[in-house]
Design a protein around this ligand. Structure first.
Ligand code: GLV
Ligand code: MN
Ligand code: MN
Length: 411
């Protein structure tokens, strides 16, 4: 019976574009950093939509939002969702697709007059990106008990503001108890954000694993001095150490091969002037791998390189962990359900790991979880040019609909 139900792909597409206008950037794309005014506007829009669809909307103390649709029976809901915060130069699909596709599923069920056996829940989690406040996946991490609320609230962002102050300012801290509701199963639809599906001409990815993530901040402190008069052997150049470490990251990661990737995405120097040897250099190191052993080795090598360099140059070196998550395996049964459902609906499908971090990797700690990927044109994401074709979005949302139905209807 439920096999005939289909989402309205055009409606979903239109809603994605409309939400993308909140914090929209010239040339497309979105800047909706977590807990900013733009995030507030996006949250309001999505919560209004939840109310229009008749969902019971709850907000917890870290700003996670849950829209519940009652089932014929009480109990733990089947949950879907993702995030609506973005990086500074984000696309309209990253995260937003998973949330709006969940709401599209609800709308489809509402129109069909179908009440599932188990309740359904569409959620969006606070600060998935981690671009403003580390770690990433903060809201879902707090939800599953992997970080205390207190730790999260006192976290300061790249602009020095605390999560607590920002939650208060935008009115996103709710009364709903953290960690509720319990979940029967979780499935997240997301754009792949990499090139694999497009390259292979495959529509659906059944995601089996999320690779491990290591984020660290490195700070070198030396002495600023005159660029023209300070002999090279008398320098304590913090900038040199940071730049050499950044280039070591690239070399070491390439040598590791396999799934190992590494990025130095932020670097700042003080006093940041043409004729002054840098006094301080602060940089981030993002390392990821599906193989935690290799990841740990590369992490250690990069740190050793930085420490040795700091010693040679007479610098103080400090390392601060921003995020460290081991690789996560999804539930084999839910992965198989995604794969079989995609096939049944006539789509090409392959199993694959995720290169990006996702709220689903946190939910996997508390319930059977998997993800559905759809292709990203050119493998581009965290870029305003991020794009996924409407047909692929529709295909992914239909797989989501059928997977959720299967999970919600089976006793
Ligand atoms: C989150 O988007 C991440 O993987 O960095
Ligand atoms: Mn995302
Ligand atoms: Mn992202």
């Amino acid at each position: 019976m439920s096999a005939e139900l289909r989402v309205d792909g055009e409606r979903l597409w239109q809603r994605l574009q409309t939400l993308g206008e909140v914090g929209g950037l010239p040339g497309g794309g979105v800047c909706r950093l977590a807990l900013t005014e733009e995030d507030r506007l996006g949250r309001d829009k999505v919560m209004s939509r939840m109310h229009e669809l008749g969902l019971e909307v709850h907000q917890d103390a870290i700003g996670n939002v849950f829209g519940l649709r009652a089932g014929r029976e009480a109990g733990a809901p089947v949950m879907t969702g993702s995030h609506i915060d973005t990086v500074r130069t984000g696309g309209v699909y990253d995260g937003n697709l998973g949330v709006l596709a969940g709401l599209e599923v609800v709308e489809t069920l509402n129109r069909a007059g179908l009440q599932t056996r188990r309740p359904l829940c569409v959620a969006f989690f606070t600060n998935e990106e981690g671009a403003r406040f580390a770690p990433d996946m903060m809201g879902s991490l707090v939800y599953v008990g992997g970080m205390t609320l207190e730790q999260a609230l006192t976290t300061r962002g790249i602009d020095g503001e605390s999560v607590a102050d920002c939650l208060d300012r935008i009115g996103a801290a709710g009364q709903h108890p953290v960690g509720q509701p319990d979940v029967h199963a979780f499935v997240e639809l997301h754009v792949e954000q990499g090139p694999v599906l497009e390259r292979q001409g495959i529509t659906i990815g059944a995601v089996e694993q999320v690779q491990g993530i290591s984020w660290a901040e490195y700070r070198f402190t030396g002495r600023s001095n005159h660029a023209g008069t300070t002999p090279m052997d008398m320098r304590q150049d913090a900038g040199f150490a940071a730049m050499d470490t950044a280039s070591y990251v690239r070399r070491r990661v390439s040598e590791a091969g396999g799934h190992q990737v590494g990025t130095v995405g932020r670097m700042s120097l003080t006093p940041d002037l043409v004729n002054v040897v840098p006094q301080t250099a602060c940089m981030t190191v993002d390392l990821r791998n599906t193989d935690d052993r290799v990841l740990t080795q590369v992490e250690a090598d990069v740190e050793r390189h930085a420490r040795e360099l700091a010693k040679q140059e007479g610098l103080l070196f400090e390392r601060h962990t921003l995020a460290r998550f081991a690789p996560v395996d999804f539930d084999p049964g839910v992965v198989e359900l995604v794969e079989n459902t995609a096939r049944r609906l006539g789509h090409s499908v392959r199993r694959m790991p995720s290169g990006a971090g996702h709220d689903a990797q946190m939910l996997a700690r508390v319930c059977p979880t998997a993800m559905i990927f759809v292709p990203s044109v050119g493998g581009i994401s965290h870029n305003i040019e991020e794009y996924t074709a409407m047909e692929d979005i529709t295909a992914g949302a239909n797989v989501l609909l059928q997977v959720l139905l299967e999970l919600a209807q089976t006793p």
